[in-house]
Design a protein around this ligand. Structure first.
Ligand SMILES: Cc1cc2nc3c(=O)[nH]c(=O)nc-3n(C[C@H](O)[C@H](O)[C@H](O)COP(=O)(O)OP(=O)(O)OC[C@H]3O[C@@H](n4cnc5c(N)ncnc54)[C@H](O)[C@@H]3O)c2cc1C
Length: 424
């Protein structure tokens, strides 16, 4: 991913100016008052969606996926023992259907699943995707987003490859403006090679499906939730849906878990989708310059580090230790993604590398007293975990249980995999 994203490697800052030619970089944003260890073993990565998707497609094909473009799902029927999908008039049998068919999801409509939420957030917008060689103009002032304040062409300029490809986002619902002229006004340079590639009107919305699953069909991505883009959470939340659902489907189809485990997909990911969509809407309205800061805004790292806490699902509940969202204090609480810590002095294996395909046990102090039932065990001496305490990690890095009962983890792993609600 880092290799594919190398065009934007130095574009981690924001910029602002009357025009692009006059714009200045803003200092790199750093959260204040955060005494956190490193958040991730990986560096952050900015990547354009049309660069990301071929990387994902190649990975899917390497893993055996049959990827077919130009094929439309036109209908499906669910039966007790499976599902029959209609692909351009050809029937195809499957054990389940994952609907990743976008915001206007036809599958969601066929299932008559409604959506709830704030609806439209802010006014209509237009994205102008254009090509122009601006490498010299931005050299030394690289940015991912540059706010343009020119009164005749206000908006934001996003780098797609930082050199030739750009998106200008501006308010208003009219697509029939003289875009090359508006572009050149915003750029403040002649840009003789400027070519408008597409003009896309869009409206930011916050809407979440009322159910994520219906029988053998599961919604992921924009089919399940749409949110304003200003917290950069839309695709990220969809990828988290797919990560979690994929793990559960693999466990069920491989016989390691019971089909009832799939019920936890809705219980876990729907509140997570709502949280991301609601926070994205709050961030957007806050950016609107009302002069006040929404007290319910989550800390940016809580969003960026996948800091949502599951309170229900395939974990021991009720969850008593609730993770705050206005500050970033990951501590291995039940229902949260395990905090990143290096395991061992070599600093090559992170707690986040443990997830999948198996469950794992992280023990503070001597691991010998623990009954593991075949679970891989790792010693973790971390500030947030008192000696004699362990974390039971699911394949998706979520802490399913935390405690001191040395016989509990193996039993709980088996119960939670069977989809048995576990009170602990
Ligand atoms: C301006 C803007 C900026 C954004 N910035 C970010 C960002 O910085 N970070 C981030 O994480 N997200 C961002 N997003 C959100 C991100 O683009 C979406 O969340 C993401 O594209 C959703 O992916 P998806 O696969 O769920 O849906 P889509 O990308 O909409 O893909 C759905 C696909 O399903 C296909 N399809 C539909 N119906 C059928 C059918 N019946 N049969 C076969 N195929 C079908 C469609 O053709 C389409 O290819 C941004 C969005 C916008 C508008």
């Amino acid at each position: 991913m880092h290799d594919a994203a190398r065009d934007l490697a130095d574009h981690d800052r924001m910029a602002v100016g009357r025009t692009l030619a006059e714009a200045e970089q803003l200092p790199l944003w750093q959260p204040t008052g955060l005494d956190a260890p490193e958040v991730s073993p990986e560096l952050p990565c900015l990547i354009a969606q049309d660069v990301l998707e071929p990387v994902l497609r190649a990975a899917a094909q390497d893993a055996g996926a049959d990827v077919r473009f130009g094929t439309t799902l036109t209908g499906f029927e669910q039966h007790a023992d499976g599902l029959v999908a209609d692909l351009d008039g050809t029937s195809s049998r499957a054990s389940c259907l994952v609907a990743a068919d976008g915001a206007r999801s036809g599958v969601r409509e066929m299932l008559a699943i409604g959506r709830s939420g704030r609806g439209a957030v802010g006014g209509p917008s237009v994205n102008v995707y254009f090509r122009a060689d601006l490498a010299e103009t931005v050299r030394g002032r690289e940015f991912n987003l540059c706010r343009i304040e020119h009164p005749d062409a206000p908006g934001a300029l996003a780098s797609v490859d930082g050199r030739f490809r750009w998106v200008f986002m501006t308010g208003g619902g009219h697509t029939d403006r003289d875009w090359p002229t508006v572009r050149r006004t915003a750029l403040g340079v002649p840009a003789p090679d400027l070519e408008v590639l597409s003009v896309l009107p869009w409206q930011a919305e916050m809407l979440v499906a009322d159910r994520y699953s219906a029988g053998r069909v599961h919604l992921v991505g924009d089919a399940a939730h749409v949110m304003p883009p200003f917290a950069a959470m839309g695709a990220n939340t969809g990828i988290s849906d797919a990560h979690e659902l994929g793990g559960k489907l693999a466990a069920v189809s491989g016989g390691a878990a019971a089909p009832a485990l799939l019920d936890s997909y809705d219980a876990e990911r729907r509140p997570a989708g709502w949280f991301a969509a609601d926070q994205s809407a709050r961030r957007t309205l806050d950016l609107g310059g009302q002069g006040t800061t929404d007290p319910d805004l989550a800390h940016p790292f809580v969003l960026a580090a996948g800091g949502f806490q599951y309170l229900d699902g395939a974990l021991c509940h009720p969850v008593r230790d609730v993770e705050p969202v206005q500050e970033f204090t990951p501590a291995g609480r039940v229902g949260t993604r395990v905090p990143h810590r290096w395991l061992g002095d070599a600093r090559t294996l992170s707690t986040l590398d443990l997830g999948g395909p198996d469950w794992a046990l992280l023990v503070a102090g001597d691991p010998r007293p623990w009954t593991t039932g075949g679970l891989p065990v790792h010693r973790l001496d971390a500030d947030f975990l008192p000696a004699g305490t362990a974390l039971l990690l699911r394949p998706d890095d979520i802490v399913a249980w935390r405690g001191t009962d040395v016989t509990a983890p193996a039993r709980l792993r088996d119960e939670l995999s069977r989809g048995v609600p576990r009170v602990g």
